[in-house]
Structures are given as structure tokens and as C-alpha cells.
Design a protein around this ligand. Structure first.
Ligand code: JB2
Length: 217
């Protein structure tokens, strides 16, 4: 059994916290894996929730109203934060952990995940993504559609590797960092916490905490 098989078994339905574009992609991956959506939780009562074929229970719910969310809605069910914005994600994740709730991970069945890779809780791995040997993907990170995370990479908590981004071997990506669409990071480079790597950027050298890189860095 591969790590993705292991993550995709034992489904009791997952509560998706968010109801926009990212939740749509996660829900589609869940259903492709033969799993189910326990409900979409969002402040807005439209969004992905109403998409035909992705019907899950719509639960209009203020994501900020944590007491209501944990007591009334999640009630021990696994959940996954499905907001794309890293600051919004971080706020919700921290508050849910403080409430001692446990996160689930979702791996699209058409992702390729090495048996030697490690994937933590709350992670989403999209269709066509590749995670190679000994890579580690920590809590709540997103490895989005078609991204490539080569061997021995370390993707820290709540980092987002956007669609089509390619990380060479031994790359490190810090907490709460966005590696943008289609960017390229050379082997061995370390990217700090809270960084933004713009779409299409080629990263040749290390990036300090909080920095933004665009073009050729
Ligand atoms: O404080 C908030 C908030 N709380 C809940 N601010 C904002 N802007 N949105 C909030 N939400 C809910 O997050 C909104 O009600 C809405 O349903 C959802 C955001 O949906 P949207 O489709 O705009 O973004 P997303 O986070 O689902 O997806 C973004 O990130 C993905 C990674 C998009 O940029 C996608 O294209 C991208 N693939």
C-alpha cells in the first residue's frame, strides 16, 4: 500500500472548511478517491457548494465562530482547511488545534507519492502532483495540481506549492510560504518562512524569511 492509499482509506466523510475554488478542487479529489464530503463550511452560502456532482451538505457557518464550528458541526469528524489564502488558513488552523481537533489529509488518486515520502495531517496533494523519495510534507501544506516535489525536499507547515511549480532535490520551503504557479527552484535552495515566490519565478539561491522573489532570483 502506498502512502496515498493509506491516507485515502478509512473514510467517514471529511468536513471541508471553505467553499470557494480551493474547496472545489479538494472535493473533486476526495470524490475521485471514492471518499465523501461531510459538508462544506463557509461564510458564504453559494460557491463550490452548489456545483452539480459535488453535492455535499452545505453548512453555512461563520468560520470565525469556532465554538459553534467545533461543538455543533465538526463534532469529532476529520476536517481539512480549504481556503487558499495562507493567512486565513493559518488563523483557522491555529484556532482548531487550540480546540484539539484533528485534521485529515487528502491525496488525489492520480498524484504520485513515493512510498518513502512522508505526508503529515491536513495536507492536500492535487491531481498530477509528484512527491518523490524521502520528501517530507508537513502539516496543512498544499502540493497543488501538477507540482513536482523532488527527493529529500522539506515542505514546512502551511506552505503552498502552487500548480505546476517544480522543486529540485533537497529544496526547503518554510512555514506559510507560497511558491507560485509554474515557478522553478534549483536543487538545494532554502526558501524561508512567510515568503512569496511569484508565478514563473526561477529561484537560484536562498531566500530569507518574509522575502518576495520574482523573475530570476
Ligand atoms: O476572511 C475571509 C474569509 N473567510 C472565509 N476572507 C475571504 N476573502 N474569504 C473568506 N472565506 C471564504 O473563503 C469565502 O466565503 C469563499 O468561499 C472562500 C474563498 O474562495 P475563493 O474561491 O475566492 O478562494 P479559495 O481560497 O477557495 O481559492 C484560492 O486559492 C486556491 C489555492 C483561489 O485563488 C484558487 O484559484 C486557488 N487555486
Amino acid at each position: 500500500m502506498t502512502p496515498s492509499d493509506a491516507l485515502n482509506q478509512c473514510d467517514t466523510g471529511i468536513s471541508l472548511l471553505g467553499g470557494g475554488g480551493h474547496a472545489l478542487v479538494v472535493a473533486d479529489s476526495l470524490l475521485s478517491a471514492g471518499r465523501s464530503v461531510a459538508g462544506f463550511f463557509d461564510d458564504a452560502d453559494d460557491a463550490a457548494i452548489g456545483t452539480p456532482g459535488l453535492s455535499g451538505q452545505c453548512v453555512p457557518s461563520k468560520l470565525g465562530d469556532l465554538e459553534s464550528l467545533t461543538a455543533r458541526s465538526l463534532a469529532g469528524k476529520p476536517w481539512l482547511v480549504c481556503l487558499g489564502d495562507l493567512k486565513l488558513r493559518r488563523g483557522l488552523i491555529d484556532r482548531l488545534y487550540a480546540a484539539e481537533e484533528d485534521a485529515a489529509s487528502v491525496v488525489h488518486p492520480n498524484a504520485i507519492v513515493s512510498e518513502q515520502a512522508v505526508i503529515a495531517g491536513g495536507v492536500f496533494v492535487g491531481p498530477g502532483a509528484v512527491i518523490n523519495a524521502r520528501a517530507r510534507v508537513l502539516d496543512h501544506a498544499i502540493i497543488n495540481s501538477g507540482a513536482i516535489v523532488e527527493h529529500d525536499c522539506l515542505i514546512a507547515e502551511n506552505a503552498h506549492i502552487a500548480p505546476g511549480a517544480v522543486l529540485g532535490g533537497n529544496v526547503k520551503v518554510g512555514n506559510d510560504t507560497l511558491v507560485g504557479l509554474g515557478s522553478r527552484v534549483l536543487p538545494g535552495v532554502s526558501i524561508g518562512r512567510g515568503c512569496t515566490v511569484g508565478a514563473g519565478t526561477v529561484v537560484l539561491k536562498d531566500l530569507p524569511d518574509g522575502a518576495t522573489a520574482v523573475g530570476v532570483w
